[in-house]
Design a protein around this ligand. Structure first.
Ligand SMILES: NC(=O)c1ccc[n+]([C@@H]2O[C@H](COP(=O)([O-])OP(=O)(O)OC[C@H]3O[C@@H](n4cnc5c(N)ncnc54)[C@H](OP(=O)(O)O)[C@@H]3O)[C@@H](O)[C@H]2O)c1
Length: 394
């Protein structure tokens, strides 16, 4: 059994290039409902939701195309609102079936006027004023506002087991160091945007979803790529940090599915969109990824925090070096979201699909080259790092 599984997985990996476009979009393991597999390959729940008209502010980048695919599969209609600059790299077929409105959240919301929707998902919130303007404009034309926030609202993450109701920082402290202003700015912007949506739509018509690091096909960042690219090549791979350091991440599709289902169920409130379901250590994360890709890589643990800090290895998503201000980043409580329907794909699926997407035509060769040759990326720094580490331990 194990052998068959390994062989099929191995051929899946080696054929990933061509197969990428046909990888089944496996649905969430909701055990309380039956599932059907439709001709598109997306597993959907058998309970048929009431069809909704959904507006997505954004929709063409990372999270949006997955939301659109899931929503259309569930029988909903989708309208997006963007500047028309970003093109999706996944689910282009679904994307083409949505209606697309063009404008600019900065200064042109004309296309949203005089229309009605059942719900709006605010994916592209980058300024509090943007959320205020769209919420004001849509409050009498749309039933429910879903704001996609971030666990960054908890920065500085002093404590473990962060829950939705934990206090948020709403103003960047005046004495914040210049190198942490960016981190503060983003969290403070997201926190105030959450409040703006709730104030204007009312808490009874607002949902807030706070994803942690999202991984999966269509990621615009390179944060997660060290693992699939190095493990598939069989290069040495570093396990950074103490062997029990926790990691948290979420498959982008789990957030996409959750967002659509909370609309269907009219679920309001604030939800930490965090996986995996149960605690996972960095060691388990790397070992599972290694196994998923049938990797030949040697795994080398570097567990000396001082060494990691001195050599500027503080973050290799989803792992983050433990420190006073980042202690809680990988210890966020996800219980409320799980109770309200957040479900999780396996790490194996996330890593395999990311690998296949990265090696497909969906990703431009220039982007691949830029990542692989980037001197700051761990795969290009690790030879020196491992030499130093070996010398230190002699
Ligand atoms: N990536 C993560 O790990 C992560 C973690 C936590 C939270 N989040 C949050 O998740 C959300 C979704 O992230 P994402 O990466 O999928 O999407 P994103 O990169 O925020 O999506 C950008 C979308 O907004 C549109 N857009 C950008 N500027 C615009 C403007 N001025 N007016 C109108 N539309 C504009 C873009 O299309 P055009 O360029 O065509 O306008 C695109 O469709 C974000 O709010 C992000 O903060 C992400």
């Amino acid at each position: 059994m194990k052998k068959n599984k390994t062989i099929s997985r191995r051929s899946f990996v080696s054929n990933g290039f061509k197969a990428a476009a046909f990888i089944p979009f496996v649905g969430v393991p909701l055990t309380c409902f039956g599932r059907t597999k439709e001709k598109t390959g997306i597993n959907t729940l058998t309970n048929t939701p009431k069809p909704l008209d959904i507006l997505i502010l954004g929709g063409s980048s990372f999270l949006g195309p997955h939301q659109i695919a899931y929503a259309l599969e569930r029988g909903h209609k989708v309208t997006t609102f963007t500047r028309g600059k970003t093109a999706p790299t996944v689910h282009k077929d679904y994307y083409s079936k949505a209606e697309h409105l063009i404008g600019d959240r900065e200064n042109n919301l004309e296309a949203l006027k005089g229309r009605k929707w059942d719900a709006v998902i605010d994916n592209s919130g980058r300024k509090v004023a943007w959320t205020e303007a769209t919420a004001e404009l849509l409050k009498d034309a749309v039933g429910m506002y879903v704001y996609i926030s971030s666990v960054s609202v908890f920065y500085p993450y002093y404590k473990a087991n962060l829950k939705e109701e934990d206090p948020l920082v709403l103003k960047v402290p005046e004495d914040a160091a210049s190198d942490e202003r960016f981190t503060y700015d983003y969290g403070v912007m997201k926190a105030n945007s959450e409040l703006a949506a709730e104030r204007i739509f009312g808490k009874e018509r607002t949902a807030v979803v706070r994803p942690t690091f999202m991984a999966g096909p269509a990621d615009r960042t390179n944060r997660f790529l060290y693992w699939p690219t190095q493990l598939v090549k069989g290069n040495d791979v570093i396990i950074p940090g103490k062997k029990d350091d926790p990691v948290q991440f979420i498959d982008v599709r789990d957030i996409a599915d959750f967002t659509i289902r909370i609309l269907e169920n009219n679920t309001t409130g604030v939800f930490n969109g965090v996986g995996p379901e149960k605690e996972m250590s960095v060691t388990t994360f790397v070992q599972k990824a290694h196994e998923a890709l049938d990797s030949k890589s040697k795994l080398i643990s570097i567990d000396d925090s001082n060494f990691l800090r001195e050599n500027n290895l503080r973050f290799q998503a989803p792992w983050v070096l433990d420190s006073e201000k980042f202690h809680g980043i990988s210890r966020v409580n996800n219980q409320r979201a799980v109770t309200n329907g957040l479900r999780f794909r396996s790490l194996e699926k996330t890593i395999l699909d990311t690998h296949n997407w990265w090696n497909s035509d969906a990703v431009a060769e220039e982007r691949k080259d830029a990542f692989l040759s980037d001197a700051n990326e761990l795969h290009n720094r690790q030879k020196d790092l491992l030499e130093k580490w070996k010398t230190l331990r002699k």
